[in-house]
Design a protein around this ligand. Structure first.
Ligand code: A2R
Length: 308
């Protein structure tokens, strides 16, 4: 099985490449000129906004499956630079779709986000894939757009595409812009006496669904093998927990006496109380379900920051 990971230098990319190599795939992966991929695969340089380069590379490799991870994935940067976000997440995705539309033997796994649901209706959790999308930020809107255009390619060209809405995922190596990594980094810095014994937090009552990145990439591989062409799949644990629970768990792994400080800058005006996906579609079609506990993910992320 020949697999191509587009956007292989990001947080998820390294884990996905490892997963595919472990399952005997011949793996190609792309990164930008200034990035590096440390895994044992064939690395190609690719900017997905370069239409001709995208089609030349996909034509040259002729992969059985493409995992499209490349994105401008920061919500805050999407507010500051919506043009760039749309250029990468929408035009870049169209460049990939154009390159695969006539390939009969290539499956494309198009990675979107649970953020696409946005401002959800009251009592709509767990969110089914049929729930209307109502994105609340530019990043989410571009991902919803990527998905809508992908769906058009499945209908118009019968292209073999699977669309994914991945909910929060975490693990060692994730940027500390994300909550689990943020808490773990602060605790590790306190343990190393690099900051006072105070952890700064935002809204602790919000409930969100978190999955270990190793489980997420296993879901992507299983979708390449068993997913149904043209379908959209939620990927998540299917069980939201409060941010308070994450904080308490992370703190319980430390010997230090740490006080909790609410930071108003970390509070969002319109925090939705609970966001939780229904994951029965992916379970029904592939048998996938999250296996790694939240506690393990938090522990591994804390150990990562202790060693970095
Ligand atoms: O922004 P950078 O320099 O970190 O590079 C990111 C890369 N990327 C691009 N690749 C090719 N052509 C471009 N024009 C371009 N712009 C950005 O895609 C980064 O190396 C990779 C995406 O990785 P992360 O930002 O770490 O996202 P993560 O957590 O691996 O998520 C994978 C996918 C994304 O589509 C998310 O939107 C979705 O899962 O949730």
């Amino acid at each position: 099985m020949k697999s191509l990971v587009i956007g292989g230098a990001g947080f998820v990319g390294g884990y996905l490449i490892k997963e595919l190599i472990n399952f005997g795939h011949e793996v190609y992966a792309t990164c930008l000129e200034n990035e590096k991929i440390n895994e044992n695969c064939i690395v190609k340089t690719l900017d997905i906004t370069d239409k001709n380069a995208v089609s030349a590379l996909i034509g040259e490799i002729s992969p059985d499956c493409i995992y499209h991870l490349a994105a401008q994935s920061s919500v805050s940067l999407s507010w500051k630079n919506p043009q760039l976000t749309a250029e990468i997440n929408v035009i870049g995705a169209i460049n990939v779709l154009e390159a695969v539309k006539d390939l009969k033997n290539t499956r494309l796994i198009m990675i979107g986000s649970g953020e696409e649901y946005g401002f959800i209706r009251e009592n709509s959790c767990p969110l089914k894939e049929s729930e209307p999308l109502n994105p609340g930020n530019i990043y989410a809107a571009t991902k919803a757009c990527q998905e809508m255009i992908s769906r058009i390619y499945t209908r118009a060209y019968k292209a073999d595409i699977i669309m994914v809405r991945a909910f929060n995922h975490s693990g060692a190596g994730q940027s500390s812009m994300f909550v689990i990594s943020d808490f773990c980094r602060q605790i590790a810095e306190i343990e190393k006496n690099q900051r006072p014994p105070e952890i700064s937090v935002g809204n602790l009552s919000a409930m969100r669904d978190f999955t270990d990145v190793r489980d997420v990439v296993r879901a992507y591989r299983l979708l390449s093998e068993k997913g149904i062409s043209g379908k959209v799949y939620n990927i998540g644990r299917g069980k939201a927990v409060s941010i308070q629970y994450i904080l308490d768990t992370a703190l319980s792994f430390s010997e230090k006496n740490i006080s909790v400080i609410q930071d108003t800058k970390k509070m969002r005006a319109s925090d939705i109380p609970i966001i939780e996906p229904d994951v029965s579609e992916i379970y029904g079609d592939t048998g996938w379900t999250a296996e790694i506990s939240m506690e393990q993910t938090i522990k591994d992320t804390l150990d990562y920051w202790r060693n970095h």
